[in-house]
Design a binder for this molecule. Structure first.
Ligand SMILES: Cc1cc2nc3c(=O)[nH]c(=O)nc-3n(C[C@H](O)[C@H](O)[C@H](O)COP(=O)(O)O)c2cc1C
Length: 116
């Protein structure tokens, strides 16, 4: 099956694909950047697996998306739902066509979040 078909099937089935790596020391992080491409109006389902597999309460989540036409779509609501108790900061949405020229925007966003 082609990768695009796989992602579509995962989305349709609300799947939680198994991850090949785990973050063992999540307790060490108070701020987490979640960076992902828009897939079918939200995050790739593997990101759902990740967010659902850790306790983010009390942590700050900084969402960063690349997209084709519809920005964050449903992803911010999905993050809020999957991470109760987390503080979701203002995210950064980058059009896929601009990823090669978005350094300034990313640095500004990191500074706003106290990460640079
Ligand atoms: C299978 C698939 C589904 C996508 N769905 C959306 C979508 O619903 N909304 C959107 O704005 N962009 C969508 N895109 C565009 C990507 O988010 C965009 O190309 C991305 O910023 C660049 O990531 P990529 O190089 O992995 O495609 C989709 C792309 C693919 C391949």
């Amino acid at each position: 099956m082609q990768k695009i078909e796989i992602t579509k099937q995962e989305y349709n089935e609300n799947a939680r694909p198994e991850l090949t790596a785990r973050v063992e020391n999540m307790d060490a992080y108070s701020t987490v950047i979640i960076a992902f491409p828009n897939r079918w109006t939200t995050m790739p389902m593997a990101v759902f697996t990740f967010l659902g597999s850790c306790d983010f309460s009390g942590k700050k989540i900084c969402p960063l998306i690349t997209y084709g036409g519809s920005g964050f779509s449903s992803s911010l609501n999905d993050i809020r739902r999957l991470c109760p108790g987390a503080e979701i900061t203002e995210g950064l949405a980058i059009n896929g066509d601009s990823v090669g020229t978005c350094d300034k925007d990313i640095k500004k966003w990191l500074r706003q979040n106290g990460l640079l």
